[in-house]
Design a protein around this ligand. Structure first.
Ligand SMILES: N[C@@H](CCC[C@H](N)C(=O)O)C(=O)O
Length: 283
């Protein structure tokens, strides 16, 4: 069987997007087994992506759609900020909706996505969850920062749940931050039972930061939307940042706004790269 897909990206965080509304998928909603997702995610042996996104009909309530997110290592997760913007553009361009405001359900709950006239997408990412059990993280009580120890190394991080787990370290300069070495150690640190996305944030001013993210299940990406939201609310909690912050990532910039209550708003672009077809083994 042939399956159509669209390659998209949000600031270089790239996705293989599959329309599971106009194409029929297996009963579990997943067109590929985990090892095949890993192969397709490979930049040498497959399509190459950070995450695969699967668009499905909503299961109920007031949502317009449901979408599922799979990391390049095949693990299924509940939140993806850049993916949400690409998802919104995808359902409009595929003609699956004519709405400019789309409500989508994910395993993390409902989100509202708004397509703006200047071709940007704003996502209400929901409220930050600080309680350790909601991140989830092993810690006796909620704190502004936590010390994580691994062997002879220790790091001070802020941690927050946004439907997926994040921790963020403050660094002097993101260009020289130990992303390739500390990233994997912290991603699977024992205090994060579901692993964690690891952000390295350089505060430039109260309204501007630079950020690199070592993503759970994907390694360092050119941008991480939920990581940008996490870094901003962690910086705000420490009194370092204002309500509106521009986050510069290797792939480009996002605008993040959080007033201390309600949801975090993230605004940025979403781009289509190409449409393709792939043969799926149905045996
Ligand atoms: N790139 C994403 C986050 C994707 C999921 C993440 N790797 C996880 O495992 O939680 C974003 O833009 O938020």
């Amino acid at each position: 069987m042939n399956l159509r897909f669209t390659k998209m990206h949000g600031l270089g965080n790239d996705f293989m997007v599959i329309d599971g509304i106009s194409q029929s998928l297996p009963e579990n909603g997943l067109p590929f087994p985990e090892d095949e997702i890993r192969r397709l995610g490979s930049r040498h042996f497959g399509v190459g992506f950070d995450q695969m996104l699967i668009v499905q009909p909503a299961q109920g309530g007031e949502a317009d759609f449901r979408y599922r997110i799979l990391n390049a290592d095949g693990s299924e997760v509940s939140q993806c900020g850049n993916g949400a913007r690409c998802f919104a553009r995808f359902v409009r361009e595929q003609g699956l909706t004519d709405k400019n405001e789309v409500v989508v359900e994910t395993a993390a709950g409902q989100m509202t996505l708004s397509l703006t006239e200047d071709d940007q997408v704003t996502v209400n990412m929901g409220a930050p969850r600080w309680a350790p059990q909601d991140i989830p993280m092993a810690a006796t009580e909620e704190a502004d920062s936590y010390f994580l120890v691994s062997g002879t190394q220790a790091w001070e991080v802020g941690a927050v749940g946004l439907g997926n787990p994040h921790c963020t370290l403050l660094v002097e300069n993101v260009d020289t931050a130990p992303v390739e070495t500390a990233g994997p150690l912290l991603e699977s640190h024992e205090q994060f039972p579901e692993r964690v996305n690891v952000g390295f944030m350089q505060v430039v001013s109260r309204t501007e930061v630079r950020l690199r993210v070592y993503e759970r299940g994907a390694g360092e990406t050119l941008a991480c939307g939920s990581g940008a939201c996490a870094a901003v609310v962690i910086g705000q909690r420490r009194g370092l940042l204002d309500q509106q912050v521009t986050v510069h990532l290797p792939g480009g910039s996002l605008q993040i706004e959080y007033a201390g209550t309600g949801g975090i708003r993230m605004t940025g672009p979403a781009s289509r790269v190409y449409d393709g077809t792939i043969e799926v083994d149905t045996d």
